[in-house]
Design a protein around this ligand. Structure first.
Ligand SMILES: NC(=O)c1ccc[n+]([C@@H]2O[C@H](COP(=O)([O-])OP(=O)(O)OC[C@H]3O[C@@H](n4cnc5c(N)ncnc54)[C@H](OP(=O)(O)O)[C@@H]3O)[C@@H](O)[C@H]2O)c1
Length: 241
């Protein structure tokens, strides 16, 4: 029987590429999303991957969502915590709402998804938890104090939980993408992208969502069983942590 994987934010951007790569590798994939029904439905129609709507910032919604996926597809083996948002502002203009929204989705979302999944993985003595952090959680980024704090928190979460999972067959790893060509990056002003961001990337281009997907696929595989607590940078040489 194929292993079951959940990809949060799995219908668009990096998550969409991850869902497709896992399906092509033989996993039974559930793609979660938050609210963009049209994109989710188009993704489902194109890929045949079932989509499930819930908000990762709600613990109850995550527990229910995981239970629904497990009832339909089977016990969860691979959890990819990918859902994320930006609410950028310089700190002197950042509102409490912008701070809270980003922490709730990008950091609390990891607790909300992983905690209900954890006991089943422990009982089955197998699990792969893969957290999509960010280069900006490693180096910090002006205008993204909220996002950088959440993404740095994702790395601490990964390192601590990896120590708990190691003896029960569960690996927990983080991937820190650099700038990847998705809607999130296309939302950046083109002048800023071309004149300020691209010159900082030694390979001279944005990353492709599929390049992150291939990293996820490797970390999910049996071949990666000795890798846990790692922070993998996939950033075109922009920053060496
Ligand atoms: N793009 C980059 O350059 C880059 C770089 C470093 C790290 N990352 C990280 O990589 C991850 C994916 O980024 P992306 O660029 O692919 O983003 P994206 O294109 O904006 O897609 C985000 C996905 O997350 C979902 N989502 C957002 N909030 C959610 C919530 N509360 N509950 C459930 N799903 C939610 C969205 O659902 P809807 O479709 O319903 O809105 C969508 O499927 C994020 O964690 C991001 O921080 C991205």
């Amino acid at each position: 029987m194929s292993k079951v994987a959940i990809v949060t934010g799995g219908t668009r951007g990096i998550g969409g590429a991850v869902s497709k790569a896992l399906k092509e590798a033989g996993y039974s994939v559930a793609a979660n999303y938050a609210g963009n029904d049209a994109a989710a439905e188009a993704f489902r129609a194109e890929t045949g991957i079932p989509v499930f709507k819930w908000d990762v910032s709600s613990y109850e919604a995550c527990a229910e969502g995981i239970a629904r996926v497990e009832a339909e597809l089977g016990p969860l083996a691979v959890l990819v915590n990918n859902a994320g948002i930006t609410r950028d502002a310089m700190f002197h203009k950042m509102t409490a709402e912008q701070w809270t929204a980003v922490i709730n989705t990008n950091l609390n979302g990891l607790f909300n998804m992983t905690r209900p999944a954890w006991e089943g993985m422990r009982e089955r003595r197998f699990g792969r938890v893969i957290n999509i952090s960010s280069i900006n959680g490693q180096k910090g980024q002006a205008g993204q104090v909220n996002y950088s704090a959440a993404k740095a928190g994702d790395i601490g979460f990964t390192k601590a939980l990896a120590q708990e999972g190691a003896r029960v067959g569960i690996t927990v790893n983080a991937i820190c993408p650099g700038y990847i060509g998705t809607d999130m990056v296309r939302a950046i002003d083109e002048k800023v992208l071309n004149e300020r961001i691209l010159p900082q990337i030694p390979v001279g281009r944005l990353g492709e969502p599929e390049e992150i997907a291939r990293t996820v696929l490797f970390l999910a595989s049996d071949d990666a069983g000795f890798i846990t607590g790692a922070t993998m940078t996939v950033n075109g040489g922009q920053y060496f942590a």
